[in-house]
Design a protein around this ligand. Structure first.
Ligand code: HEC
Ligand code: HEC
Length: 222
């Protein structure tokens, strides 16, 4: 093959990747395909919202629903976690459990980046971007630790000490993992996101400002 035609192939590959990246975001199509090939949907819902799903539909899956992943997670967290999964939910339901730590499908770094790109494209219309800024505020902390029993079900790490209940997902590292806008939307209307509700519904118990303070506090946890 002559140098000229090699160059034109290289140029068209370059052009199409530039066009692709600008139209749908890096890795989205590759990630979507890998999601099917690797049968991720056997364990994860990627269609929502939850209110249109039955409880049976969610109970049939082993993993947490991912249809709103792009509104819930930070992209860097997804990329790193998919290449190196670690338990988040300490109890058995919807969890890898400590017993089976590391049991989750592990992706190579480039596959993990594509998959994170795809998952970040799955947004929920119920999450308003920019509603909450992460902030370690005393009001949010007081509600979390004392006023409500959040701490009784969720682990947090304060000054190097990890403590708290185990029935909910750990919130240690939430600042790197969760989008505070999603935390707020979830507290306001959990049933949009979860067809099965193991976590108490705080609508009518906490007011709007208290939910924002909590979301800001959780969004600041290391
Ligand atoms: C056999 C069932 C199973 C399969 C197959 C599976 N997962 Fe999971 N996945 C789980 C479980 C269980 C968890 C929860 C882990 C935890 O919280 O400790 C999880 C967690 C996740 C999380 C983190 C969610 C969170 O809340 O932080 C992502 C992202 C994810 N899976 C993506 C994928 C992708 C992408 C694939 C396909 C390559 C896949 N999973 C295949 C069971 C599965
Ligand atoms: C009785 C136990 C319990 C209490 C009390 C509780 N939670 Fe939860 N929480 C859960 C469970 C279980 C989940 C996982 C979702 C589910 O299965 O419903 C969850 C999920 C969450 C999530 C999403 C985490 C993720 O990674 O998906 C956040 C954020 C959260 N809770 C915050 C709070 C806050 C804030 C409070 C207090 C106002 C609180 N929780 C009180 C059990 C609890």
């Amino acid at each position: 093959m002559r140098v000229g035609s090699l160059l034109s192939i290289a140029a068209s590959v370059f052009l199409s990747s530039v066009l692709f990246a600008s139209s749908s975001g890096a890795g989205v199509a590759e990630g979507k395909k890998a999601f099917q090939v690797k049968k991720c949907a056997a364990c994860h819902q990627i269609e929502g919202p939850a209110r249109e799903k039955t409880i049976q539909d969610q109970l049939a899956r082993k993993g947490p629903e991912l249809w709103y992943a792009g509104s819930k997670f930070k992209p860097e967290f997804l990329k790193n976690w998919l290449a190196n999964p670690k338990p988040i939910r300490p109890l058995e339901y919807n969890s890898l459990t400590k017993k089976n730590a590391g049991d989750h499908v592990r992706l190579a770094a480039s596959e993990a980046a594509d998959m994170a790109g795809y998952l970040m494209s799955l947004k929920s219309a119920d999450v308003k971007e920019g509603a909450v800024q992460p902030k370690d505020n005393p009001k949010g902390r007081a509600i979390f630790i004392k006023k409500q029993a959040c701490y009784g079900c969720h682990e947090v790490t304060v000054r190097g000490n990890t403590a708290g209940g185990l029935s909910g997902p750990t919130l240690t590292g939430a600042s790197a993992r969760l989008n505070p806008d999603w935390i707020y939307a979830y507290l306001v209307n959990p049933r949009v996101f979860k067809p099965v509700k193991d976590m108490p519904n705080y609508a009518g118990i906490l007011n709007d400002q208290e939910m924002k303070d909590l979301a800001a506090y959780i969004g600041s946890l290391n």
